[in-house]
Design a protein around this ligand. Sequence first.
Ligand SMILES: Cc1ncc(COP(=O)(O)O)c(C=O)c1O
Length: 452
Amino acid sequence: MEKKRVKSIVGKYMFPTEGTSYMGGLENRPVIAKSEGRTVWDTDGKAYLDFQSGQMGAALGHQHPRMVKRITATMESLLHSSNTMLNVPRLRLHEKLGKILPRPLEKSVFLVSGSDSIEASIDLARKATGGLDIIGLHAGLHGSTSYVTRSVSFNWDRRKHAAVAPHTGSVLTPYCYRCPLGLKFPKCEIQCLTASLELADANFTAQPAGFISESVLSAGGIIVPPEGYFNRVKAECDKRGMELIMDEAQTGLGKTGKLFGFQHEPGLKPGIIAISKHFGGGLPISAVCTTADVAKRAVGRGYFATRSHATDPLLCAAGEESLDIVVEEDMPGKAAQIERWIKSAFRKMAKEFEWIGDIRGRGVLLGIELVADRQTKAPANAETQKIYDYALDKGLIFQIRGVRELKNVIRLVPPMTSTRAEVDQAMSILYDAFSGLKKKGSKRKATAGKKR
Ligand SMILES: Cc1ncc(COP(=O)(O)O)c(C=O)c1O
């Protein structure tokens, strides 16, 4: 499709998007016409390595051959079905998921989008505990439905909404690279949590119901809470009769190098987890998973969650196939290998390029934080944008992320099926991008944002 026609359709028919938002100005970016494996092609036939895995729905690679085969077969036999009757793919998916969930998690409810699963998780925590207040990390993101999930997506500007949901509030993110309290782990003894909960207790207006978090805060700039953090959170939840909800949209099903991201915290047993993104191997299906005990308490107070398409055989069959692929093709192992390749490449680059302030993340969910000065940690927002522009021009796609006004983290989310050659190609493009910054001597004149 010609660029002129793209602009004309966007200008005339597409609902406008604020230019500064991450989905603003789409008409100036490549228009995707085709995808396969780790590559997407634009309308000019230019190929790009997709190191954002689509919108994270292609973490198995685009059009994984097993997904295509299963989806095609199901479409021809049983596409849609009522949720007032059971269907075979749905039953098989409950069983398959139930068998791989770490105990005591066992039961599942299917929905369509990630936001759906978070709304349903919050409702589940409320019904199970009889409480109302929900707290989440201030750099977290949990969805885009206009009321509940955006209200707990503190990394998006809550001021953009006409109204936020009552009984929602944020607590400090344990962002150790930029500790909000200026302390150092482990000497800090996780004071950010202690102080946050003291404040939260003072703010609760009802019995608190839940604490929601990603195990790696993705949109917030790939922030990995320190070891022991979530077990402390769980203990504090238990004291208050709250449920711990782990949002595994981005961290679930292999991407962090384990089946679920929360399993990196030894012994952690959340009462509720939500999965989505590549759960459908490219199709939209999500799930809320919980224990028999939480489910029983919630149903006793009238809990129920569904959508017209939530238990479609097509989506459930896709879910079952993606779980089989994750387990049988050892996606967690592949993700862990990719993490080693990428981190090692960036550790080498960090010796040469002072811009690289921090290298972090797990599996295929990785972040490189760029700073103008390693001492002051002044964020290098403009330089991060230059790296992005260069990489896009050379055929590598990723996203820029960070906490609120920080836009200085290169977020790399390659599909778990990425090969060594593809990773090397991406690293070589990024090396050249950093070399370009250096040559222009832009280090000294870095147009950095304010120090935090
Ligand atoms: C951690 C997390 N939770 C929930 C969501 C919402 O998922 P969806 O866009 O499918 O509604 C997102 C979306 O990016 C996410 O990153």
